[in-house]
Design a protein around this ligand. Sequence first.
Ligand code: ZN
Length: 101
Amino acid sequence: MSLLDKMMSDNLKRLKGMQREMLNMQEEIYDENGEQIERLNKKRAELDAAGTKIHYQAAASGVKEAMSSDAPDKTTKFCHECGTKIQKSAKFCSECGAKQD
Ligand SMILES: [Zn+2]
């Protein structure tokens, strides 16, 4: 076995030892705090679910808003320069300042 091989296999052994230690520590931590970890995981799942719900609600209301704001009514029109919705009576666009006819 060359020196390099020996060094590599020594390192590998050390790494495996450390890995085992880590797993043992993980198990110990879980043994001591299993209940808290379960509760934490449950809470995190609840939070994720709530966050996802809020995210979808926001997305849905955003779409609704975008759709309603895209529809011009009797009092609004679109700027012919930039497309911003402005008051029909406006002489100038509030966004780009273009003169309206
Ligand atoms: Zn404009």
